[in-house]
Design a protein. Structure first.
Lengths: 206, 87
């Protein structure tokens, strides 16, 4: 005879809670069995860091577009025709912080995990970590160094706290040795980490 | 260990992805407003942080997410409390 095992493990309990909730919502006709998969597919194909990379590559080759990204980020995003509708509020009021030889920018959300979905997709796990959020606000230089990014002492680090009002992303500096690169080649160099400011875009082959 | 060690991982278990997707689906359908959901997240996270050390390994972002989601669903009147409370 099999003994009934009470789910005392937290993960098991949480998984059961989600299953129960989903089953009830399906039963009530609010969602269907593939609703979640359909939503998550949008993040795989239409809202992700591949969009941010395209926008940044365009800004690198087109100074007037870079100016627009800096001054009216949403107008620049509109020109790119990204899917922003499904993102709801996370796709509104996105703003870019532009890295320069003098300033390195870092984005965080000290309150929860506000994030520019259409440009960057879903935030990685560590972005939501309370200790990362608090320390990045307090001692960004040290936190960046733990990420393997040593910022020169003379360079200023600015930390931008995303919020219900504004969702930030970083426009990294164009790496040296890419003068002959096409927009597509440049976009391939831009990593999600560089658009959060926890990395820089490395020159090709570095 | 720097938090970035888990790289670009967004969900550490399938239930987290389901809880995330359900919340998005319900806000799209107008069961609740996304802004209201996020305000609840912000206050729930603040409440957790006020009572725990920031390095407490018991931190679980999506457990908070799930609890907020259940509360929002209950408040919407779609599902009554006794049904959800059985877990």
């Amino acid at each position: 005879m099999q003994r009934f095992e009470y789910p005392n493990d937290r993960e098991t309990v949480n998984a059961a809670r989600v299953r129960a909730l989903e089953a009830l919502l399906i039963e009530r006709g609010v969602i269907t069995g593939d609703t979640v998969d359909k939503i998550m597919a949008i993040f795989a194909t239409e809202m992700g860091p591949f969009n941010g990379a395209k926008l940044i590559a365009k800004a690198w080759v087109d100074p007037s577009f870079m100016k627009l990204v800096a001054e009216d980020t949403m107008a620049a995003v509109e020109q790119m025709n990204f899917v922003t509708k499904g993102a709801g509020a996370e796709g509104e009021h996105m703003r870019a912080a532009i890295n320069t030889p003098e300033v390195h920018n870092l984005i965080i959300c000290t309150l929860c995990s506000c994030y520019p979905w259409p440009i960057l997709g879903l935030p990685p796990y560590w972005y939501k970590d309370p200790s990362f959020r608090a320390r990045a606000a307090r001692e960004p230089r040290k936190v960046l160094s733990e990420f393997g990014l040593d910022i020169a002492p003379e360079k200023e680090i600015r930390t931008w706290d995303s919020s219900a009002q504004i969702r930030w992303f970083v426009v990294p500096e164009r790496p040296a040795g890419t003068d002959s690169f096409s927009e597509e080649q440049l976009a391939a160099l831009v990593t999600p980490e560089s658009m959060m400011g926890v990395a820089i875009v490395k020159p090709p082959g570095a | 260990m720097p938090p970035k060690d888990n790289g670009s991982l967004c969900f550490s278990a399938p239930w987290e992805r389901q809880a995330f997707g359900i919340a998005l689906a319900l806000s799209k359908q107008g069961v609740f407003e996304w802004d209201d959901f996020r305000s609840e997240m912000i206050s729930s996270i603040a409440a957790w942080e006020a009572t725990h050390d920031k390095t407490d390994p018991n931190w679980d972002y999506y457990e908070i997410w799930l609890t907020v989601l259940e509360q929002m669903v209950q408040r919407s009147g779609l599902v009554d409390q006794s049904t959800l409370g059985s877990f």
